[in-house]
Design a binder for this molecule. Structure first.
Ligand SMILES: [Fe+2]
Length: 233
């Protein structure tokens, strides 16, 4: 299907100043995964522009509570992470699927690809989902992840949460990471530092807010996520 002018305005190409480059030598997996030839723009297809569609029934109640996977609470510092999913005009995106995954408090993922000699936590899986309502808001209850060393590299990943956010169409999907303020590992992290614009990469750092957590129980962080595209009407 050929693009209409409206569709082209809705989903422009990426922002070279805010997005990391496809190839960043210090981030070694980009060396083999980055394109070796110039990209060829393709028209958006109907299925890319119109779906998938998510609503509150897409996920089960409690999937945003990462503290309830086992018989007891997981180890670690309890945190609440909350924010809004917005379009480029600051309008909330309703029906955005927010998927989040993370390492445990020891910096270990419950995944076959993570064979590091750090303990798994029987009470922690490290994955959650949420679908936004009309206000675009999401939240997760979890624990602060630990830092972990990158194999054969000499550097450590700062504490971070992985996010995949799918908005009103696949063209508005964003995969990104959230970091914590004041982490000394940030400036040593090849992935974080692959975003050349300082202001752009600092937008990946959550804002600590002493009013967001549960008093005496958990600390709170705010992290708004802006997907590409603009409001219709
Ligand atoms: Fe990670």
């Amino acid at each position: 299907m050929a693009n209409t002018e409206t569709e082209e305005r809705q989903y422009p190409a990426g922002d070279d100043t805010a997005d990391p480059p496809y190839l960043h030598a210090d981030y070694r997996s980009t060396v083999t995964k980055s394109p070796s030839r110039p990209l060829i723009p393709l028209d958006h297809t109907v299925s890319e522009l119109t779906g998938p569609v998510f609503d509150a029934d897409t996920v089960s109640v409690g999937e945003n509570d990462l503290l309830s996977d086992g018989e007891g609470l997981p180890l670690g510092e309890r945190i609440v992470v909350t924010g809004r999913v917005l379009d480029e005009d600051g309008k909330p995106y309703a029906g955005a699927l927010v998927e989040m995954w993370q390492a445990n408090a020891s910096g270990r993922y419950r995944h076959n690809a993570d064979g590091r000699d750090a303990p798994l936590d029987p009470n922690f899986v490290g994955a959650g989902r949420y679908v936004t309502g009309a206000d675009g808001a999401y939240s997760f209850e979890t624990i602060r992840p630990g830092a972990y060393p990158v194999p054969d590299s000499g550097w450590w990943r700062p504490a971070h949460l992985h996010f995949s956010v799918t908005g009103p169409s696949l063209m508005a999907r964003l995969v990104t990471q959230m970091y914590f303020p004041g982490d000394p590992l940030l400036e040593l992290d090849a992935i974080y530092m692959s975003i050349e614009d300082r202001a752009a990469r600092e937008r990946l750092i959550a804002r600590f807010d002493s009013d967001l957590g549960v008093r005496g129980v958990s600390l709170g962080y705010e992290f708004d996520i802006v997907l590409r595209g603009r409001a219709n009407g």
